[in-house]
Design a protein around this ligand. Structure first.
Ligand code: GLN
Length: 488
């Protein structure tokens, strides 16, 4: 049952030499062989390379390096959007088929320096556009709690691998909820750090002003450790923040939330919420109150516009970012009689329907004549949304909400209706627009079928410690994180 340990438990055992890095990795491989044909979290796994890393980690453990390298020997898998030298990076898209990353992104460098054994590429919606992984060019990942359902997205494979205990943690990206929503739907912890907290160097860009990298873990303590490892200033990302990185683990361990003020959002108490999600989140709010927090109502008056604003700005940025996939520099190429034809044939064959939809939408809202009406206006609304949060954080230390309006939906249920799919992001999107931090922690289950529900905590810029402290107190006094998925 090695594969069921949390990352923190495993790293303790590795440091005490009770298990080897090789055994830990092999426990992941055995679990992957058993369940991945059913849940399809992984796009590829380089077992030879991973075993070599594990053997190197075992040598490090033998010479006492664990004291300075907290992830030494811990198997961690990556979303297919992060550059890992010598490994494929495909963003689950045909256009990048066969492309091998020539360098390590900053997060990968930091994980390696901390001793992690990086193995496997995780499935996702193509170029991180989606909320279910159904937009992957390589098939849908499935929820380990019920394989007729989606795991959420876009980092669906990340959430599945953690919930199915195929990896001790995974690293994904969140542009509008892509870490928090799948974490909620699969019953794990997911953190979207403050914009600029984690370097984006080596993350394939979707919407550069919204993208952040963050961890998926089994516990809050694991998330604190990983966040500590991957955060920090990086000269190679001009938007990266210079603020020093706290030891996030030091924020944990208190079961009292006395002195903290937590907000519930007036405008979120609307119809359309699944009743079991609503009651679990309401119970979680009461629970946090019983731990000593003061609960207050706050107002985010422009939250109704968040989804519309996001679905203008994110496609606009994507249309520019994805221009680089032209058949010349990266991945796939379909020949044509002239450069224009080469470009359009490559992009026509390489991109899937959702990516094409976003590029067309984004090009449209940026085009002359429509720029002012859509893009510029959306930028102004973005400022209003951000101001709402500034005001709310004058009154409370963190904001509570459901992470997603419903539990995991069935495969195919929303696939033909992009608008329905976009609405599954209503609670997660404004966090990225405002550049603040967010976290999802398990807060219960629906009754039949039994599906996880997530509580979202939103915090001030660089307020990660507060979120981790609240989530840890909640986790330590509730049973949800101990439940194991049927395929876990
Ligand atoms: N579901 C959102 C979208 O499709 C968010 C994706 C993300 O965070 N990468 O754009």
């Amino acid at each position: 049952m090695l594969h069921r340990l949390s990352l923190t438990e495993l790293s303790g055992r590795l440091a005490r030499r009770e298990v080897s890095a090789r055994e830990a990795l092999e426990s992941c491989f055995a679990q992957i062989d058993r369940v991945d044909p059913q849940v399809k979290a992984f796009l590829s796994i380089d077992r030879t390379d991973a075993l070599a890393q594990a053997e190197a980690a075992d040598r490090g453990l033998a010479s006492g390096e664990a004291a300075t390298r907290p992830l030494l020997g811990v198997p961690i898998a990556l979303k297919d959007v992060l550059c890992h030298r010598g490994q494929p990076v495909g963003c689950a898209s045909k256009i990048l088929e066969g492309f091998i990353s020539p360098y390590d992104g900053t997060v990968v460098e930091k994980l390696k320096a901390a001793g992690a054994v990086l193995f496997g590429r995780l499935n996702m919606d193509e170029f991180a556009m989606g909320s279910s992984t159904e937009n992957s060019a390589y098939g849908t990942s499935l929820n380990p709690w019920d394989t007729t359902r989606i795991p959420g997205g876009s980092s669906g494979g990340c959430a599945v691998a953690v919930a199915a205990n195929e990896a001790f943690a995974t690293i994904g990206s969140d542009t509008g909820g892509s870490i928090r929503q799948p974490a909620a739907l699969c019953g794990c912890v997911g953190v979207k750090p403050t914009y600029g907290r984690v370097s984006r160097y080596g993350l394939v860009a979707f919407a550069s002003s919204l993208d952040q990298i963050g961890p998926f873990t089994k516990t809050v303590a694991d998330a604190a450790l990983l966040l500590e490892t991957i955060s920090g200033h990086d000269r190679r990302d001009s938007t990266s923040l210079t603020a020093p990185v706290p030891r996030y683990r030091d924020a944990l361990g208190s079961k009292s939330l006395k002195g903290l003020k937590l907000g519930v959002v007036k405008e979120f108490q609307v119809g359309g919420l699944d009743p079991e999600v609503e009651s679990s989140v309401a119970a979680a709010v009461k629970h946090l109150e019983s731990l000593g927090a003061e609960i207050r109502e706050v107002s985010l008056p422009h939250s109704d516009y968040a989804a519309a604003t996001y679905y203008i700005l994110a496609p606009a940025e994507a249309s520019a970012n994805l221009a680089r996939f032209d058949g010349v520099r990266y991945g796939r190429r379909v020949e044509g009689p002239d450069p224009f034809e080469l470009n359009s044939r490559t992009r026509g064959a390489g991109f899937g329907p959702e990516v094409k939809r976003r590029i067309i939408l984004g090009t449209y809202v940026l085009s002359s004549g429509y720029y002012d009406a859509y893009y510029l206006r959306a930028q102004k609304v973005r400022t209003l949304i951000s101001n709402d949060f500034n005001k709310a954080f004058g009154e409370v230390d963190a904001i509570l909400s459901p992470t997603a309006p419903t539990p995991a939906f069935r495969v195919g249920e929303k696939a033909s209706d992009p608008l329905q799919m976009y609405l599954s992001d209503i609670f997660t999107i404004s966090c990225n627009l405002a550049g603040i931090c967010g976290l999802s922690v398990p807060c219960g289950f629906t009754s039949s079928p039994k599906l996880p529900i997530g509580l979202q905590l939103l915090g001030r810029p660089l307020g990660e410690e507060t979120l981790l402290r609240i989530a840890d107190a909640y986790e330590q006094t509730t049973p949800w994180h101990r439940e194991v998925a049927p395929l876990g």
